[in-house]
Ligand binder design. Structure first.
Ligand code: GLN
Length: 485
């Protein structure tokens, strides 16, 4: 068995039994990267020396007979929009092509405390804006299941690296679907936690009221372990919530008898690939077989989610991205003779097309005279969307839907049409607007391409999502299949 293809919990057991060393795991992962990275292109940066150093320290600890934690000695990749002290953090943008942060994001700090082995930083759509990773200013990442296709986005590098077994797990960020959609396209498990469950300190802000960090993993158990490690209150993030973080693996009972599952009818309308729909219906049948009670429900404001998102997210982005002016860090146009020209040229050259489009959309929506008509209106509709979920989740423990309307699309297929690209997040965006958790897990294949099933739950109800997901996973084998690279 190739160690890089195992899960974190399998590797942990082998480490504890001394069947394998942390250095061997890390070397296995780098060997795999050497073999497939040319085709997949998940990484913006690799941190080989540091990784081996960490792995050696873990081996020394094991050698001394000390106990190790569940993620200790296990390789991880971090999306390149989370700050890593002393390690390049680019957001896949020319604007930050040379940015080396003086501090680490809280999630990175927590993983470090947990003994995780950071092996590198993953490619993304520039500033996390996109659904295909084609908006990276450096290069496009490819889908390991078919390298003619996109891995999804914006966390495409994080998803592809896990699917290609170039890492054991990874972290991504999700503002409108950027963990769940690529996880679905790449056939891995992904979690967008409840807003406030994971600290955003050190996550480079896109849309602050929507952004959340979460894990990509090879199975539900790993996802629960990683989430247990990164979740929790952080005094450095005023929007992070105070709540008791349980050991989420305690929810992995396999028992969903009596679990109430709602099927929102607005998520099964036209435009969804019939093959995808069929797999979701098969999944619903599977849950019923396992004793869950599935029933149709409605989230009546669903059709407004996409337009509302494309006002709120760009509005917040236009404000968050105002800081990139070439003065203190990142890219600067050196040719300008005065400061205003320097600002202008820096921002014109430093940002790519999609980022500029968002800044313009957002600035427009926030400008005086339009603020009430667009931004304020969008906030009101956001509340209605949230109330739809509150109502549905009073009756149901979990809501079920496709994660994305189609499997992975072809490289270049939607790159010229922003509206088509935006539509690929039509099932994931509402969850961010409502602030609730959403989990995707593999539920089958259409034409050899993986398809994800989305489970949505109550705020801080991640445990219930893990419970449902685990029961499904235990009774299917989709998560065990590997791409042929
Ligand atoms: N694809 C969506 C966008 O482009 C979501 C991105 C994300 O979740 N970061 O905004």
């Amino acid at each position: 068995m190739q160690f890089n293809a195992l899960t974190a919990h399998e590797l942990h057991d082998k480490l504890v039994k001394k069947e394998i060393s942390a250095v061997e795991i890390t070397e296995a992962v780098f060997k795999r990267i050497d073999a497939v990275e040319e085709k997949v292109r998940s990484f913006v940066t690799q941190t080989r020396d540091k990784a081996l150093e960490t792995a050696r320290a873990v081996d020394a600890k094991i050698g001394r007979g000390e106990e190790i934690g569940p993620l200790e000695g296990i390789p991880v990749v971090i999306k390149d929009n989370m700050c890593t002290e002393g390690i390049l953090t680019t957001c896949s943008s020319k604007m930050l092509h040379n940015f080396v942060p003086p501090y680490s994001a809280t999630v990175v700090e927590k993983l470090k405390q947990a003994g995780a082995v950071l092996i590198g930083k993953a490619n993304l759509d520039e500033f996390a804006m996109g659904s295909s990773t084609e908006n990276s200013r450096f290069f496009a990442t490819r889908n390991p299941w078919d390298t003619e296709r996109v891995p999804g986005g914006s966390s495409g590098g994080s998803a592809a690296a896990v699917a290609a077994d170039e890492t054991i797990y990874s972290l991504g960020s999700d503002t409108g679907g950027s963990i769940r959609q690529p996880a679905s396209f790449c056939g891995v498990v992904g979690l967008k936690p409840t807003y406030g469950a994971v600290s955003r300190y050190g996550l480079i802000a896109f849309a602050s009221s929507l952004d959340q960090i979460g894990p990509f993993a090879k199975d539900v158990r790993d996802c629960a372990r990683v989430f247990s490690t990164i979740a929790g209150h952080d005094p450095k993030d005023s929007t992070s919530a105070e709540f008791e973080v349980p050991d989420y693996t305690s929810f992995l009972t396999g028992d969903v008898k009596g679990l109430r599952i709602g099927i929102p009818r607005e998520y099964f309308v036209e435009g969804t690939d019939p093959g995808v729909k069929e797999l979701i219906y098969n999944a619903i049948n599977k849950f019923e077989e396992l004793g869950a009670v599935c029933e149709e429900t409605s989230l009546p404001h669903t059709e407004y989610a996409l337009p509302v998102y494309y006002i709120i997210a760009p509005a917040e982005a236009s404000s968050n991205l105002a800081r990139y002016d070439g003065v203190r860090y990142g890219y600067r146009d050196e040719s300008a003779e005065d400061i205003v020209t320097m600002f202008m040229r820096t921002r014109s050259e430093g940002f790519g097309t999609e980022v500029k489009r968002r800044i313009m959309l957002g600035t427009y929506a926030l400008s005086s005279g339009y603020y009430d008509a667009y931004y304020l209106k969008a906030l009101k509709v956001r509340t209605l969307i949230k109330q739809d979920f509150d109502r549905a989740l009073e009756k149901f423990d979990v809501l079920i839907s496709p994660t994305s309307p189609t499997p992975a699309f072809k490289y270049g297929e939607k790159a010229g049409d922003p509206m088509q690209m935006y539509l690929s997040d039509v099932f994931t965006i509402s969850v961010n607007l409502a602030g609730i958790p959403g989990l995707t897990l593999p539920c089958g294949f259409v034409d050899g391409l993986p398809v994800g099933l989305q489970l949505m739950g109550r705020p801080f109800g991640e445990g219930t999502l893990f419970k449902a997901a685990y029961a499904f996973e235990q009774n299917t084998d989709f998560h065990l299949r590997k791409p042929n690279l």
